[in-house]
Design a protein around this ligand. Structure first.
Ligand SMILES: Nc1ncnc2c1ncn2[C@@H]1O[C@H](COP(=O)(O)OP(=O)(O)O)[C@@H](O)[C@H]1O
Ligand SMILES: [Mg+2]
Length: 336
């Protein structure tokens, strides 16, 4: 795919493997994509397909047992030039400066980001103290304002409370407030609203959209929900078992899905605006055991269109300038 001057981050041929009990799980394999300033890249796929691990690799926050085994992650910084994030120390000064300021992440599990022994306000303000020149009083005002904008009632009071005094939904919203505190250039949102009710979900998506508009923030939005992608993404990558199987603009992927897996994902959810009589088909079968993978196309065992050819891994085929797919059979009539 062509690189535009608007590109903020480029991931190229990324491999991330887990080593557990002498077994190797190739959780992310040869993944390449780029994220553009002011755009939302949706990353979609069933649980276990490598979405979170890809995000954690970018933030250099991988679990202990994981290794970046190959590929590059390049952050195109306006002030520092190109930075190879995969080569700089994960906990060194530079990475810590970038994390939380220019690159922020909302985690699937809020307690990953919140420390139980400090008040919510302290944690938001700590971030502001580290990354901005704000004075103590300003930091308190800012953290109260952030909590308020997240729909947390009585924020002046709540800011002094500890994570255990918050409900799951409020913890998640506090973490989002923390991530947004410094107006990051990249916000990675990993299933940001899974645990929240629909009204709050909508509020949070609105806030993310505002951040994108006001600061030209690039968003990497991870979800298993095609409905969320439909509403919020500009570009989409579809992942399956550690590989990208399809990429394109949201129109490419939703209107003309080329991979049988993408089609199956789309058929498994109701689509807004398609009326009430939609046929909802769950994807048959389960994702394979990552330690005992099929030889070629990872989706072949669940695919209605699989042939012998699918015993070998397909490369990426360009359907247009923006649309690519990894499937031997994408162009054939039987898979229309
Ligand atoms: N902390 C971990 N330890 C061992 N394996 C992990 C860990 N986190 C993720 N994995 C494995 O990596 C693969 C990708 O997982 P993940 O990126 O979390 O999927 P998802 O797309 O649901 O976010 C899965 O096979 C998962 O079991
Ligand atoms: Mg995940």
């Amino acid at each position: 795919m062509t690189e535009s001057p608007d590109t903020l981050l480029t991931v190229k041929d990324l491999d991330v493997y887990f080593y557990t009990n002498q077994r190797c799980n190739k959780a992310v394999r040869e993944v390449s994509f780029s994220i553009r300033r002011g755009r939302t890249l949706g990353v979609v796929g069933e649980s276990g397909c490598g979405k979170s691990v890809t995000a954690q690799a970018i933030m250099r926050l991988l679990p202990q047992l994981a290794r970046i085994e190959g590929g590059t992650i390049t952050y195109h910084s306006k002030t520092e030039g190109d930075l190879r994030l995969n080569e700089i120390p994960a906990n060194g000064k530079l990475m810590r400066e970038l994390r939380g300021k220019e690159l922020a992440m909302i985690f699937q599990e809020p307690m990953t980001a919140l420390n139980p022994v400090y008040s919510i306000g302290f944690q938001i303000e700590e971030n502001l103290q580290y990354h901005t020149a704000m004075k103590k009083q300003e930091r308190r005002e800012k953290s109260v304002e952030l909590l308020r904008s997240m729909g947390i009632p009585a924020p002046e009071q709540r800011v002094k409370e500890y994570p255990h005094q918050f409900s799951g939904g409020m913890r998640q919203r506090s973490m989002i407030a923390m991530a947004m505190a410094c107006n990051p250039l990249l916000l990675i949102a990993d299933e940001p609203t899974t645990a929240l009710d629909v009204t709050i979900q909508a509020q949070i998506f609105e806030l993310i959209e505002e951040l994108k508009k006001s600061y030209h923030t690039a968003i990497m939005l991870i979800t298993h929900d095609m409905g969320v992608i439909t509403e919020l993404a500009d570009d989409v990558i579809v992942m399956y078992m550690g590989n990208i199987v399809e990429r394109g603009t949201v129109e490419d992927v939703l209107r003309n899905p080329a991979h049988p897996y993408t089609k199956a994902l789309l058929e498994s959810i109701p689509i807004l605006g398609r009326g009430k009589n939609q046929k909802i088909e769950p994807i048959r079968g389960n994702t394979p055991d990552p330690y005992n993978r099929p030889a070629g196309c990872q989706f072949a065992p669940r695919c209605d269109f699989a042939t012998e050819q699918c015993g070998a891994m397909p490369g990426e085929t360009s359907i247009s300038n923006t649309h690519g797919v990894c499937c031997w059979r994408h162009g054939e009539k039987s898979n229309a």
